[in-house]
Ligand binder design. Structure first.
Ligand SMILES: NC(=O)C1=CN([C@@H]2O[C@H](COP(=O)(O)OP(=O)(O)OC[C@H]3O[C@@H](n4cnc5c(N)ncnc54)[C@H](OP(=O)(O)O)[C@@H]3O)[C@@H](O)[C@H]2O)C=CC1
Ligand SMILES: N[C@@H](CC=O)C(=O)O
Length: 372
């Protein structure tokens, strides 16, 4: 979706005097790189479109490039994760004499994976003068405080808007408030597009297994939906916000409620088997939802960041409360601070989905063009 939005916005960007040159693209198995030493600065839009088609059809990028014998592209088949090759790709771009690719002209490394393994690559990339980093991936922001501090030490060349609320301006707002000296006292709300969609579906009487399967199909879930259903995705978002307030917390400090039993965890089964086992949970969620309904309430998965602690879990809220009125994949974030004490600042809207997330990532990339 990000590549698609880069290509489809060419005219708009040109009118603003910007051209995004895509010098390399990675997935979990391959790295494609513009053949810089042969004079190719970037990967042609037709190739980017072929890559999009290949990924949509479940083919590997390498396969499609070899099939089409594309000119000017270096293809590397890797197994597994291409952290070292990504590092080499960044180095070769940084060494480039070409002014279009040179780091001083806005090189941005973008991590749209859900991989843990790329954090060191990103931490080293951001240390190169002029090299920027943009994240949709929450894991580098929630790994050790050392990695986090490394990324944050170059805050002017680092953006991570999509890590909380996808395209919603939650992180930007927090950054603005904190850097201008506002004192944030409490952040609360519903921060999962997947769990919002699932809870709305339950409320409409649909089976748990059915709505989770749909959330995955719609692109709301993490690559392994257990990340959402275990509460880990929301826990990461809570930690990202808490760390921005200067709180020195780690993932172990976040209190998390999981929505499935341990017997269905990655230690015991694959993601595919988990999806097939979801029907086991249908009856218990139908029952919990019914109980809440009888009290005029509905279920929501909420996060609270307050008094130096983060807590995420299932709550039963009145139907006509702000959380109760949320529908589908919408997120709601309430920020209470010295400036917003009487009534909290509220950010609400679609909190997941490929298009809205890619939009947030692209906006970050464009934002950085004014910094370097
Ligand atoms: N979906 C959403 O609504 C939102 C997602 N995000 C974040 O965006 C990230 C991606 O989510 P989503 O797009 O849904 O997931 P997808 O599974 O659709 O995409 C992940 C991509 O990352 C690639 N990848 C995996 N590991 C590596 C690696 N080690 N090196 C390079 N590439 C790798 C995958 O390659 P391959 O195709 O070969 O598996 C795949 O192309 C996650 O971190 C998620 O938290 C953030 C906000 C909203
Ligand atoms: N899986 C996440 C995607 C966005 O961060 C969610 O459902 O909110």
């Amino acid at each position: 979706s990000l590549l698609e939005q880069i290509v489809s916005n060419r005219e708009r960007h040109a009118a603003d005097g910007v051209r995004i040159a895509v010098a390399g693209v990675c997935d979990s198995r391959s790295v494609l790189q513009a053949h810089i030493s042969a004079g190719h600065n970037d990967i042609d839009d037709d190739v980017l479109k072929a890559i999009l088609e290949a990924k949509a059809a479940g083919k590997s990028m390498t396969e499609i490039c070899k099939e089409k014998l594309l000119e000017g592209i270096l293809v590397a088949d890797l197994s597994p994760p291409p952290a070292d090759d990504l590092r080499n790709l960044i180095k070769s771009i940084l060494r480039s004499e070409d002014t279009v690719l040179n780091a001083k002209h806005g090189l941005v490394v973008v991590d749209c994976s859900a991989s843990e393994s790329l954090a060191p690559v990103l931490a080293s990339a951001v240390q190169h003068d002029g090299c920027c980093v943009v994240l949709a991936n929450k894991k580098p922001m929630t790994s050790s405080l050392e990695v986090y501090d490394g990324l944050m030490s170059t805050a002017r060349r680092f953006r991570y808007e999509a890590t909380v609320g996808a395209g919603l301006p939650v992180n930007t707002m927090l950054r603005r408030m904190v850097s201008a000296g506002d004192e944030v006292r409490r952040i609360a709300g519903a921060l999962s597009g997947t769990l919002g969609y699932v809870m709305s579906g339950l409320q409409d009487g649909r089976p748990f297994s059915d709505v989770v399967t749909d959330a995955k199909r719609l692109g709301y879930t993490e690559p392994d939906p257990r990340d959402d259903l275990a509460g880990m995705d929301v826990a990461r978002k809570a930690l990202i916000m808490a760390r921005q307030l200067g709180w020195r917390l780690n993932m172990e400090d976040v209190k998390v409620e999981s929505l499935y039993p341990d017997t269905l965890s990655p230690a015991f089964m694959s993601s595919g088997d988990f999806m097939a086992s979801l029907t086991e949970l249908d009856e218990s969620y139908r029952h919990r939802c019914q109980e809440a309904k009888e009290q005029g309430c509905i279920l929501r998965y909420a996060a609270v960041v307050e008094n130096g602690t983060c807590c995420v879990g299932l709550v039963s809220v009145p139907q006509h409360s702000p959380l109760g009125r949320l529908r589908g994949s919408d997120n709601l974030v309430e920020i209470t601070s010295r400036c917003y004490s009487g009534s909290p600042l509220i950010i609400q809207g679609a909190g997941a989905g490929n298009y809205t997330t890619a939009n947030g990532v692209l906006a970050d990339i464009l934002d950085l063009q004014d910094v370097v």
